[in-house]
Write a protein that binds this ligand. Structure first.
Ligand code: R5P
Length: 297
């Protein structure tokens, strides 16, 4: 798709460091832009360089709500400036957990957001989408790429004996990480009571005196992980690490995790915070090379 041309990178306010990492690694230019907010908090963006007829990669995490508006306006700015192609890299795709109508009268929020992003995009790359089917909500080619291998590389030196998924949905992720680390894996049984409460069922696994890492796609309120940590500690685990791709860490999540007895909290930089220890730029670059036929300068 990129035909050996320069690929201009526009890093939004929620993913500047990922955009810089991609730019450094591929030796492609980072576009200069002005971002500001008016007194009434409305967003303003202006691309300060010529991109007429050029390929542009916009990198912006679509979370929280205002970052989605920023993304839509960045895309619109690139269209107005005459960009030839606009690829959107969404490190975290907000609203992805409302991936279906759970109750009559609800929207499929992930679909609505995807359709709006697709309006001015030639293609989309996102990291660890909550469910694969949400990629089909984009009306342009959209690809998901997993950060599990990068997280596993971070965990490997910690001599992990066991990788656990907190529920069945995350078990393939645990399997992949375990194969990279060279350890055992399993999943716990989780029942969600409501948005803030989950119940983790004990499982017959022997974690006595073992070093265990629990791996999930999202840590939001921390309830899933905190309950899993408590259960593993109750079963005699020596060390418990918690790792996720998207660290939202809402409210008291950090305190909840630490007081449950975990040794370390690990997240990627899809949402930047104090636990962003794993970089996702290499994952986005892999997708550019594989699916978008980008050729390195
Ligand atoms: C749910 O399906 C996700 O994979 C995570 O397990 C969930 O979002 C974690 O939420 P919380 O941290 O609020 O328990």
């Amino acid at each position: 798709m990129y035909d050996c041309h320069t690929m201009y990178i526009l890093g939004g306010t929620s993913a500047r460091s990922i955009a810089e990492d991609i730019s450094k690694s591929l030796h492609e230019p980072l576009l200069k832009a002005t971002y500001k907010r008016f007194p009434d908090e409305e967003f303003y963006v202006r691309i300060l360089e010529e991109i007429k007829g050029e390929d542009v990669l916009i990198v912006q995490t679509a979370y929280p709500d205002q970052k989605i508006i920023e993304l839509l306006l960045m895309q619109a700015a690139a269209v107005e400036a005459g960009a030839k192609t606009i690829t959107v890299a969404l490190p975290y795709f907000g609203y992805s957990r409302q991936d279906k109508k759970f109750e009559e009268g609800e929207p499929i929020s992930a679909k609505t957001i995807a359709e709006h992003i697709s309006l001015h995009a030639s293609g989309v790359i996102t990291i660890d989408p909550h469910k694969d089917h949400i990629l089909k909500f984009f009306t342009v080619p959209a690809f998901g790429v997993s950060a599990t291998a990068e997280i596993a590389k971070y965990l490997k030196p910690k001599h992990i004996d066991f990788i656990l998924a907190p529920d069945k949905g995350a078990k393939d992720r645990a399997k992949l990480a375990a194969s990279i680390i060279g350890c055992e894996h399993d999943h716990l049984e989780k029942t969600r009571i409501d948005g803030n409460t989950v119940k983790i069922q004990p499982k017959n696994i022997n974690v006595q005196n073992k070093t265990v890492a629990i791996l999930d796609d999202i840590i939001s309120t921390g309830g899933t992980m905190a309950n899993s940590i408590k259960e593993l500690k109750r079963q005699g685990a020596k060390h418990v690490y918690v790792a996720c791709t998207h660290g939202l860490f809402i409210g008291e999540a950090k305190a909840k995790l630490l007081s449950s007895g975990c040794d370390e909290i690990i997240a990627t930089d899809t949402i930047e915070n104090e636990f962003s220890k794993v970089k996702v730029a290499p994952c986005i670059i892999d997708m550019l090379l594989e699916k978008f036929e980008y050729v390195k300068n």
